[in-house]
Each structure stands twice: as C-alpha cells, then as structure tokens.
Design a protein around this ligand. Sequence first.
Ligand code: SF4
Ligand code: MSK
Length: 629
Amino acid sequence: MEKTLLSIEQMEEINSLLKQKAVEAGAETWQDRKEAQKVSCKFGEEGVCCRICSMGPCRITPKAPRGICGANADTIAARNFARMVAAGAAAHSDHARDIAHVLHMSSENGSYKVKDKDKLYKLAGEWGVSTEGKDLYDVAHEVAEVALMEFGKPFGTLRFLDRAVDGRKETWEKEKVAPRAIDREIATIMHSTHIGCTAEAESLVRMGIRTGLSDGWGGSMIGTELTDILFGTPTPTQTESNLGVLEEDMVNIVLHGHDPSLSEMIVLASEDAELVAYAKEKGAKGINLAGLCCTANEVTMRHGVKMAGNFLQQENAVLTGAVEAVIVDVQCIFPAMAALADCFHTKFITTSPKAKIPGATHIEFDEHHAFDSAKGIVKEAIDNYANRDRAKVYIPDSKQTAMAGYSIEAIIKQLDLVTNSHVDKTGTVKPLADCIVSGVLRGAVGIVGCNNPKVRPDYSHIEIIKNMIANDVIVVATGCAAQAAAKAGLLDKEARNLAGQGLRTVCELVDIPPVLHMGSCVDISRIILLVNAVAKHLNMDIPKLPVVGIAPEWMSEKAVAIGNYVIGSGIDTFLGVYPQVTGSAEMVDLLTNRVEDIVGAKFTVEMDPAKLSEQVLERIEAKRTALGI
Ligand code: SF4
Ligand code: MSK
C-alpha cells in the first residue's frame, strides 16, 4: 500500500514546493489572492446582499431588516440561492446542448462519429425514434433533435423522468416539481427572482429543486448519454494521477475544462503520426497529454489519459514549468491562468467563445473541421517546446495508479462476476442490492464536487472516503472529488486493503477498487440512475435506501444545481461548505429540514470531515433500521 497511497501531508509538501516555484517566478497563485481577500463580505457570505435592481444594492442588518422594495432576508437569500441553481443548471445543460449539436453534425466521414451504436439505438427506442431501415446517422440526427427539443419544448415534462422509480415520479407530480423544458425552468427562476415577483422562500426552494431536476434528469443526463453515444461508454481503464504524470522530455499538454467535443479531438490529434513526428523533430520524445478537472475525467475514462489533478491544482500544473500548453474550453478555469502562464513559457489557449479570458491565446475550436482544428492547437504546443526553460522545471515525483471509467454498464458487468448463472439473471444490479440488503455493504455514498479554499484542499474528500470504505460503505465518485481520491491512491484496487471486511470481500470478488470513478460532474446523472436502478430492483422509493450524497469541498453554482437534484431525487446530501443562505433562518430551516417533507431528502452541513463522516454513517444505519435490514 505504501507504494500507491499518498498522504495529505505529502500532497501539501508538494504544494509548498510548487508555491516556492511561484515565488521565485514572481507569480501569483490562489493562495495569495485568498490571503488578499482576507475576510469575506459578511452579507455575501450569509446571502443577504441584494443587487437585483438598481434601487439597491440593499444589505440586511438588524437595523435595516428590509431592502428598499421590502424584501427581507428570507426573500433575498432564497432569490440568490435560486439564481445559483439556475446558473449551475444552465452551465451543465448548455454543455449538453453543445454535445447534442455535435451529435447532430456527426457523420460517417466527419470528425465526429457514433461510437456506441447500441446506446444510440436504445435511446432511440426509449424516445420513440424509429430506426427501421434507417441509416445510422439519420437515427443519430433525429435523436439529437429530440434531445435539443428537451431544452425548449412548450408542453409536457422531460422525457427522462419516465426512467424514475414510481415513487419519485409520484412525488414530483404531487409536489409540482417535475421539470418541464430545461431552458424553461432556468428562465422561470430568472423571471420569478426579478424584482416584484416571488418573495416566498419556500416557492423559490421548490423552483430550485425543479430546475435542479431539469439539470440532473435533463441537461446532465442528456450530456452523459450523448457523450457515450459519440465517444463510447466508459469501461474500466487503468491510468495515473497527479503532477508526476508530466514528462521531462515530452511535449506536455494539459487539457482543462469540461466539453469532450474538444478534448476527444485533442486526444486524436496528439496520436496523429504526423504531429508525433513533428514533436520528435522539435527534440521531444513525443506528446504527453494530461487532464485537469472534469476534462481529465472525460478523457481518462475513455482513453486512459493521465490526470494531472483537480480544481485547485490547475495553477500547480503551470508551476511545474514543464507544460507547453494548457488548452481549455469551458467552466472551472481560473482567469488567473493567463497571467500565471506569462511567468513561464506555457501557452494558455482558450478555445470557446463562451469562455474567453484576457491575456490568453484564443484559438477558436471549429467543430465543423474538428480534427484539423485540434491539430492546429496541438501544433502550437509542440512549437512551444523549444521555449521551455529547463532551469524552471520541477515535476514532483508523485503519481498514483488509478482505475477509472465505471459507467453503470461497466459496474453491472463487474457485478456479473458474482452472479450465479444457474439462478440469477445477468446484467442487473441485483448483486449490488443483495450486498446492501444483507449488510455486507452497509450502504453507498456518492462523493462529488470541487475543491474550496474554505476547507483544507483535498483533505475532506480523502478523510471522508477513507472513513466510508473502512465502514463497509462503497463509494462512487465524480468530478474533482474523484481526482482527490485518485491522487491519494484510493482509486487503485489495492485501496481495498483500507476497506472493512465486507467491502473488501466484494472488491475482491468482483475485482473493483472500493472507490469507483464514475466520471465528470455531468456524470452524476450516472450515479442517480444507478441508485434509481437499485430502488426499482428493490421496489421501493429512493429515500428509503441507505444511500447518501456528499459534496465535501463544493464551490460552484453547478454544485448547487447538483445538490438540488440529488435531494430532489430523494438522496440525503451532506455538504462540507455552507451555502450562502445562513442570514435567513427560514432558508436554513427549509434546506436542512422542511424540504424533506417535499422530496423525502434534505441537506446537512458539517465542515469537520470526521463529524460529517459520523453523521453520514448514522444516517445510513438509521435508514437500514427503518427498512429492518
Ligand atoms: Fe433592494 Fe429590493 Fe432592489 Fe433587491 S430588489 S436591490 S432588496 S430594492
Ligand atoms: S470540475 S464543478 S471544480 S467538481 Fe467539474 Fe471540479 Fe467542481 Fe469544476
């Protein structure tokens, strides 16, 4: 185990060495800016600053309990919170819309092709798209059109809601939180939070859930499905993680962001014989790709591309002095990367009109000529290899092996290893459900989300994961949480030695690590569908299952949308960072208590990872007791 595990202290030591590199280069990092920000604004922190109209901004204090229009702390905090959900759902769903457009332009001879035909035909069947006698790409284009209609259709509710277990559908219907069209839910929040509309906190919480659900069971689910159709459904893949994946003598390209329509093409371009030969001509041994944030998750689970790290590691990648280019698309990219890259030879290349950053080299990615466009971007990186200043290079000697790519299909395939083919049907979640019911596994948790300097980076992720697996709770992870696990060695199969007896036995039987990498942030839809499948198998609604969601270090608006659809799906959610609503007692009560009466699940906030772990384990055991298992 010593070989594969990296302690948080070792990680922090590497971070300090890299910080020293920043000082030497005169470069500023997030630690400096955090220090400069010192005390954050109390009104913003508590969610009681309103700048929705130009009579304000209005801030709520004991002496001024209402804004000029009369909005109180509850209204203001609820409106701000709802707008975070809308922004998060917009980001995920717009990403999905782009993928749908890419599917719509896919063709036999173009850059984008259909890789998972079975998944396409399955989805076509589910959506009533006829396939009889049709060309594969005609089916793909029709499926893409149906997906695109989900964003703005005028009537009905989202198609994927039909996938949900009966209890969920009934709850959503009864509580009027069943999402209609994705864009419609986002627009409804923006309308209802305009001055002079909804002032009632509970209405806004309900709208937040409905809009969150339009992300989880809409945008994100569409994103995941169509990405699998285009680029392949992930299968377990061995990879490596942390900054040690960068190479001294190769052209290092770091891919950062979220949208696989760019990163998939960069992967292909980096394997192009002509470009590899060009890199060698320039004195490098080849081209080495590494990922950051969710793009890392996307390309690692389909190609085994190595993972350089998560959100708060993005600057560290540049600080190694060994990166020729950081190529980004959308979301979670520090604007500070441009100035940081200037202190080194690194080219910081933005590619999306949706995420232009001053100081960056902007090379717009042309999806209509995707492969050639990607080749042009990779060539920029190769040309920059000669500019690397060897005196500035420090690649930490730190990398861990990791398994990634556990799609639901892949998990079921692994579970079939324990299926008794004489008795059981293969291809179901029955073995997983059996393990949970029997108590071999006490339950399951999804650990997701970002890093946040408000807590010790990666520490909460790693501590909570270790506590879960030691107590026979299987962990699935996505996003930056999955990468924290990877860096610590917890995605390695060997990490089963840290698990309790029950989980260890399961891991050995079905040959999996105790922490399953299920992908990027949009792939939390995979987690939801896995839980939903178990609920259907056991013929019960999701809130009854000993299953919990945890976002120990969340920071983004997307995470707020996710939190809303996770509780909306009936899964209790534990947060390690407070949402900005604490200035409203009613919002705190709604989110941590009353919302349970609406959707059967609620939020719990605890910043101490040890205490949070205890509370999660207690919740899991309470659910087991209620079920009599
Ligand atoms: Fe102030 Fe009301 Fe305008 Fe908000 S909407 S800024 S509380 S007047
Ligand atoms: S990238 S949203 S920091 S998980 Fe999806 Fe990581 Fe959070 Fe971005």
